[in-house]
Design a protein around this ligand. Structure first.
Ligand SMILES: C[S@@+](CC[C@H](N)C(=O)[O-])C[C@H]1O[C@@H](n2cnc3c(N)ncnc32)[C@H](O)[C@@H]1O
Length: 298
């Protein structure tokens, strides 16, 4: 079964393929809200369109369900995804608030036992509070946003006891930061609320181990992908919600349950997998011929 895990990780590599607006237009219905939103932030976003589309579609689905609770982003950086979330709330005429949490001085010190990638350094992804406020104002969405400055472990516990969330975007890069978010957010998430996690498949491993340990205890189903993301629907366990699931052994803890259903129905993702496969086959053929040439010379 562990093979499934490495297959999933390999498939996420398709997020290396650039996706233009023209490609998005070819795969999404003409009136898809992402086609209106993405061009407004694409140049500034650090997300691959697959990731941004996932965030937008997950929040939009939650809004259609009319779940109570606000929207939260943990790990804001320059606020570009915050703009995307706020604009979707505007388009859907939602009265939900968008709560934005960040140190505004970048990552805390990583625990190198848990966060192995040197990409995640102390102070990386630093953007100032003023920078984020300016971007929100530039896009005219500042009114529904509230900024919380400081380490998650200090700011999240200050939330009002009555504060609930229907949607969370957790983009915290590191193991300890993700654990802080899980501990503080889970009791505030309504049943069927959705939490999207970035970097779940990142080789650094910190987000992965944090979430796997968490769902190992709760038994909630992890919807893997697209790209480095995954999402969890609060209170939905393996065998529930009509999702096909697979059991995945994780070293040192209880098995977790994953689903690839949302990838299966993601036409853009499936097309990118096929495109990547064609490219690799062509490359393999060329390399094979080249290897033949080398042998002749010897
Ligand atoms: C990759 S960036 C977020 C990118 C943003 N979500 C986007 O889509 O553009 C990660 C952010 O998490 C913040 N962060 C990570 N751990 C944190 C912690 N423990 N407390 C506060 N902020 C943290 C960093 O300051 C950084 O801005």
């Amino acid at each position: 079964m562990q093979k499934i895990d490495s297959l999933v990780v390999a498939a996420m590599e398709v997020a290396q393929i650039p996706v233009s607006l023209k490609t998005l237009q070819a795969f999404l219905p003409r009136d898809h809200v992402f086609l209106e939103l993405w061009p407004q932030v694409a140049e500034q976003s650090i997300l691959h369109p697959l990731q941004a589309l996932n965030v937008v579609e997950r929040l939009d689905h939650v809004l259609q369900q009319q779940l109570p609770g606000d929207v939260i982003e943990c790990g804001v950086f320059q606020g570009v995804t915050s703009v995307l979330l706020a604009k979707l709330l505007d388009i859907r005429k939602s009265d939900k608030r968008l709560l934005l949490f960040d140190s505004f001085k970048g990552l805390p010190a990583p625990d190198r036992q848990a966060d192995t990638s040197m990409r995640f350094q102390q102070g990386a992804w630093a953007a100032s509070r003023q920078q984020v406020e300016a971007l929100l104002a530039q896009h005219g969405v500042q009114q529904r946003c509230a900024l919380f400055e400081g380490w998650f472990s200090e700011t999240l516990p200050t939330l009002d006891a009555a504060q609930k969330f229907c949607f969370a975007y957790v983009d915290a890069d590191l193991h300890a930061s993700t654990v802080d978010c899980l501990q503080q957010l889970w009791p505030r998430m309504e049943t069927n609320a959705v939490a999207v996690f970035d970097d779940y498949h990142h080789p650094s491993g910190g987000v992965r181990t944090a979430l796997d340990a968490w769902v190992g205890n709760t038994g909630e189903l992890v919807h893997v992908g697209p790209a480095s993301q995954c999402y969890v629907i609060r209170g939905v366990h393996a065998g529930e919600g009509g999702f096909a699931s697979l059991r995945l052994p994780v070293a040192g803890q209880r098995d977790i349950a994953i689903s690839v259903d949302s990838l299966r129905s993601n036409q853009l993702f499936c097309a990118l997998v096929r495109k990547r496969l064609e490219h690799l086959r062509a490359l393999e053929a060329q390399l094979g011929q080249f290897a033949g040439l080398l042998q002749q010379r010897v």
